[in-house]
Design a protein around this ligand. Structure first.
Ligand code: P6P
Length: 352
């Protein structure tokens, strides 16, 4: 009997079988317990993404999707209904998973500890449930950002101090972009890979593997409305791109969407510190560190302007950092202005 010859459609069928769970196990080339845990964690994240994407797709038609709750979160920001919905989705999806012991979110002052009557795991999920939620009411792209770390120690007094470590301790980092399609991008330290949700299957299917960021790109992404608050070095960088051909400004107000453009096409995203808030706006543990992990895996860089984001050790859960991320050549250009200003400052302070 002749060997079985798959039909011409075999590629498409095989592609549709390249689900997230299978990809993780292939990445790890292992079926050991930690590989199975990571695969299961990714499956849970995918379920959260599907539930949030579904709610967003009907935001104008259902309750608890548009508008504000009237509350203010730990960040001092007005809370959108979608922030709370998405935050609760992640809790519900992971509460009974037996995979995590804690969830730390932008929306919660302290981590949520899995209750005694639920199975407890050895991992911690850190997440921004809906990043860029001001875009929800105007039907523009938003995202969820996630980072997974192993619990270290017992955390008996529930102060989660073991989370205050540098970004190189991350086990998994990624995001879900809710745009014209819903894309989940992740890395477990073996490259960056993207999966697109096929609503007809209810599965995230592999759509881009081993993504690398170009060494330079035309995009600079920054809120120039903050120009008056920036230090001179950032102002000089902005003046440079205003006066040289080959740059385009793109800024959506949602970090995940702006970052995804940079990851795929190159360039630089900046959310610098300001004179009033030198630490900037974006949070390290569940925004800048996960994205820094991804860009590092994709061949790019992420910096505070003076230090690699992945080397920053936080002193508290919601610590913020200035954020410059993207193509190596573009990061180097921004940092060159910062270094110039630092040298000039030192020269003025050094007695002749
Ligand atoms: P601004 C959204 O609130 C967010 O945290 C990021 O998603 C986004 O990049 C940034 O803040 C936008 O902030 O000050 O430009 O409106």
């Amino acid at each position: 009997m002749a060997d079985y010859q798959p039909a011409d459609t075999a590629f498409a069928v095989d592609r549709d079988c390249k689900t997230l769970a299978r990809h993780v196990l292939e990445q790890l080339q292992s079926f050991g317990s930690e590989a199975q845990d990571i695969s299961a964690l990714m499956n849970r994240l995918a379920l959260a993404g599907k539930l949030i994407a579904r709610h967003l797709s009907r935001a104008g038609l259902v309750e608890e999707a548009l508008g504000f709750t009237g509350e203010t979160n730990v960040q001092g920001e007005a809370v959108k209904r979608m922030d709370i919905y998405a935050n609760d989705v992640f809790i519900s999806v992971f509460k009974q998973s037996g995979l995590v012991c804690r969830l730390a979110s932008e929306e919660m002052d302290k981590p949520y500890y899995i209750p005694e009557n639920c199975p407890i795991g050895r991992y911690t999920l850190l997440y921004d449930p809906i990043d860029g939620s001001s875009n929800v009411d105007i039907d523009l792209s938003v995202g969820s950002i996630f980072s997974i770390r192993r619990q270290q120690g017992d955390d008996l007094d529930q102060d989660a101090k073991d989370l205050l470590q540098d970004g190189r301790q991350q086990l998994v980092a990624g995001y879900i972009l809710y745009g014209p399609s819903t894309i989940l991008v992740y890395s477990i330290g073996r490259g960056v890979h993207a999966f697109t949700l096929d609503p007809s299957l209810g599965e995230f299917i592999l759509s881009a593997e081993n993504i690398t960021v170009p060494p330079h790109g035309p995009t600079y992404s920054v809120n120039e409305g903050n120009f008056w608050q920036w230090e001179d070095a950032i102002r000089d960088f902005t003046r440079y791109v205003h006066r040289h051909e080959g740059y385009s400004a793109r800024y959506t107000g949602a970090l995940v969407a702006d970052f995804h453009r940079i990851l795929m096409q190159g360039g630089v995203f900046l959310y610098p510190g300001t004179v009033k808030k030198p630490e900037g706006k974006l949070r390290l543990l569940y925004e800048t560190a996960p994205l820094a992990f991804l860009i590092d895996q994709a061949g790019g860089r992420a910096s505070t302007g003076t230090q690699d984001i992945l080397d920053v050790i936080p002193t508290e859960l919601h610590q913020r950092t200035p954020f410059i991320i993207g193509s190596t050549e573009d990061i180097a250009l921004v940092e060159s202005f910062i270094q110039d200003h630092s040298r000039r400052l030192q020269n003025t302070m050094t007695p002749n």
